[in-house]
Structure formats: structure tokens, C-alpha cells
Design a protein. Structure first.
Length: 279
């Protein structure tokens, strides 16, 4: 077996990264991980104030850099503006993290039609739109990664933030959200199968419970119950999701394409009959 250097397997220094919904929650956790490891990270969210505050906070971490480009990704013209502004600053985009999303909870009898439009547009359709518009920058990064026959040692990456609710039926009523995440997982596989040949790999992180604005009410009202159902005995931390994203974006994850990684502490894999067994 030939010798290889493991010290640089998770290196992302110098990479250009775009994280949507990067001003808070899981997006902010991921952006912080990249900045701490020397990447140049662009974050986008609807609130310019939140974006600027987060960029200032993350820039204080040192090593990398964080730049704010606010945009309302519900709107096609805002997606186009975001990519145009990014293209004016960068020649290539090494990592696109599609994290921006919305949720809506209501009973099946009262679930409004507007919820489907809002949630599916942002969680699914705009992921396609932004990825499509970003292809010239992603292809430039793939070409710079070095083609060797049909293989790339450093492909461009698309990392889609899904949910365990798109892998299993949730025990609460979030119909549009869970359906949108299931569709996102499959869209990600579509990206991987179509774009992998061009040196652009696409993968999904299907997140379980993490501290975020979206999860705040659920964790406040049922946090103990949720934790009791997770074999790891806790909810996710910033290190968990940032570490997974860094793996997928680095040489360590260069052969991963079309995968969906459940980042949930074993929540989906738990065996109810043994959930409270004493070992």
C-alpha cells in the first residue's frame, strides 16, 4: 500500500464556500466550522442585519473569513442577484451548502395550502434554482480540482441540509416540511448522478434535533422526551454538523457522492423495545 498523508485529509483552507441560511442555527454552525478551518465563507439569509452580525462574529474567530450577502431566497430574482454578486467576487465556488429552509406545523384538517407553497418553494425548488445558477462557479472549482481521467481528487461539493423527518414519518404534523425534505434527499441524489461526471459531488446531511430557531419551541416543550428517544442521550451540537460538513467538503469525503447521512445520534436506528433497557 502506497504511503499517503493523513494530516491534510480534512483541510478546507482557502476554499470558497456559500452557506444559505447561514446567519443562525445549523447554517451558522456550519459556517463557523469552515471559517475556523481557513475557508472563505459567504453567508446569506433574508435578514441583512442578522447576516452582518453573524459575519462580524465569525470573522473574530480568525483563520478564515466570513462575508455577508443577504438575499430572500423565496424569490428567483434574489437568487440571481446573489449568484451575480458572488460571481463578481469569486472565480469559483468550491462548496455550496443549501441550508435555508422553512417549516410549518398544523393538523391535517387545518393545514393551509399556503404552507405547501412557502415550504416547498424554499426547501426544494430554490435549492434547485440556486444550484443551477451556481453551476458555472462550481464547474470552475471542479476544473481547478484537477481532472485525472474520469476521477477528481478534489471535486466541487454540494451539501444539502435535509432532515430525519424526510427519512421516517415524524410523530408530529409537519406535512409540507417532511415531504420537502424527502424530496430534497432525492434531488441531491439526482445532482450526484448527473453532476458527478463533471467533478461536482452532491450529498445530504439529514439532521436530527439541533439547537435552532426552528426547533426552539419543540425543544422547550418536549426536549426531555426527544432526548429520551435518542440512543446518544443528547441533541446535536455545532461540532457534530460542522464536522460532517467538513468531512464532505474535504479530501476525506472526496469519494462520497449521492449519499444521505443521518446525523441524529441513532434516533432513526433505535429499537423501541430496548429504548429504556438498562445495560
Amino acid at each position: 500500500m502506497s504511503q499517503f498523508d493523513t494530516s491534510s485529509l480534512f483541510n478546507v483552507a482557502g476554499k470558497v464556500v456559500l452557506v444559505t441560511g447561514g446567519s443562525r442555527g445549523i447554517g451558522k454552525m456550519i459556517a463557523a466550522g469552515f471559517v475556523k478551518n481557513g475557508a472563505k465563507v459567504y453567508i446569506s439569509s433574508r435578514s441583512a442585519k442578522d447576516c452582518e452580525a453573524t459575519a462580524k462574529e465569525l470573522n473574530a474567530l480568525g483563520s478564515g473569513q466570513c462575508i455577508s450577502i443577504p438575499a430572500d431566497l423565496q424569490k428567483v430574482d434574489e437568487v440571481e442577484r446573489l449568484v451575480k454578486e458572488l460571481s463578481s467576487k469569486e472565480k469559483a465556488l468550491h462548496v455550496l451548502v443549501n441550508n435555508a429552509g422553512a417549516a410549518w406545523g398544523a393538523t391535517i384538517d387545518d393545514y393551509p395550502d399556503a404552507a405547501w407553497t412557502k415550504v416547498l418553494t424554499l426547501n426544494l425548488q430554490r435549492v434547485f434554482t440556486l444550484t443551477q445558477k451556481s453551476l458555472p462557479l462550481l464547474r470552475a472549482a471542479a476544473d481547478a480540482g484537477g481532472r485525472r481521467g474520469a476521477a477528481y481528487n478534489d471535486p466541487a461539493r454540494i451539501i444539502n441540509i435535509g432532515s430525519v423527518e424526510g427519512l421516517g414519518v415524524p410523530n408530529h404534523e409537519t406535512y409540507a416540511y417532511s415531504a420537502s425534505k424527502a424530496a430534497l434527499h432525492h434531488l441531491s441524489r439526482n445532482f450526484g448522478g448527473r453532476l458527478g461526471w463533471e467533478g461536482i459531488h452532491s450529498n445530504t446531511i439529514a439532521c436530527g434535533p439541533f439547537e435552532s430557531k426552528m426547533m426552539a419551541h419543540t425543544l422547550k416543550t418536549a426536549g426531555d422526551v426527544i432526548v429520551s428517544e435518542i440512543p446518544a442521550h443528547r441533541i446535536g451540537t455545532p461540532e457534530d454538523v460542522a464536522g460532517t460538513a467538513l468531512f464532505l467538503a474535504s479530501r476525506a469525503g472526496a469519494y462520497v457522492n449521492g449519499a444521505t447521512i443521518a446525523l441524529d445520534g441513532g434516533h432513526l436506528a433505535r429499537m423501541p423495545i430496548a429504548a429504556h433497557a438498562k445495560l
